[in-house]
Ligand binder design. Structure first.
Ligand SMILES: N[C@@H](CCC(=O)N[C@@H](CS)C(=O)NCC(=O)O)C(=O)O
Length: 197
């Protein structure tokens, strides 16, 4: 499999998942401004949506969208997503929440043309969403169940953005979780491979 990524972007979640599941993978960096891959290809020909992540599956098929890619990686390896039962749906519930309620709400804080009102609104919404996760997490090590799942891969990236990219305060349980996840060997390796350690 080949993951098209940009350093520190949401594609980092998929990168962590590839490592945590011991999947064989290659990486190809994408310049999101020029839409060129490291190898000089036009990225919009690979993923016409123009954004990362995209996962090239071994038969050449391209899969996009974080939730789909994370589920694909987990399903191929039988790790990071309980195969059935309520735990399976709880992981998908948390992953959808992270994608639609956290990831999307960072946008006004990351693009240069947002108004102050838009930025303020995004900060308020994110604070509410993080508060919800703070209560869900409590003292536990992972956001769903007792082992790492795709939801943790994605949540780590959102917390990294909050801390490092936009300087948003995050509540104490989530702060401790972030610090623990930063030491997770899959996270350490993914950050290193993206030039972020
Ligand atoms: N709906 C997509 C959104 C992906 C996304 O927002 N990617 C960002 C990086 S975190 C990106 O590539 N932005 C550049 C662009 O849109 O041109 C998903 O969930 O995978």
């Amino acid at each position: 499999m080949k993951l098209y990524y940009a350093p520190g972007a949401c594609s980092l979640a998929d990168h962590i998942a590839l490592i945590a599941t011991e999947t064989a993978y290659e990486l190809e960096k994408v310049d999101l401004k020029t839409k060129k891959t490291e190898g000089g290809e036009d990225y919009t020909k690979i993923n016409p949506k123009g954004y990362v992540p995209a996962l090239q599956i071994n038969d050449g098929e391209i899969l996009t969208e974080n939730i789909a890619i994370l589920c694909y990686i987990a399903t191929q390896s039988s790790a990071l997503l309980p195969p059935d039962g309520m735990a399976h749906w709880r992981v998908l519930e948390a992953t959808a929440f992270i994608s639609t309620e956290l990831h999307k709400n960072f946008k006004p804080l990351l693009v240069p043309d947002s108004s102050e009102d838009e930025k303020h609104g995004a900060q308020k919404t994110l604070a509410t969403r993080f508060e919800h996760l703070e209560h869900r997490l409590g003292d536990r090590a992972f956001i769903v169940g007792d082992t790492m799942t795709i939801a943790d891969c994605y949540l780590f990236v959102m917390l990294m953005w909050a801390k490092v990219k936009v300087g948003l305060a995050i509540p104490p349980h989530l702060t401790r979780y972030y610090e623990r996840m930063k030491q997770n060997p899959s996270v350490v390796r993914a950050l290193h491979e993206e030039g972020l350690s």
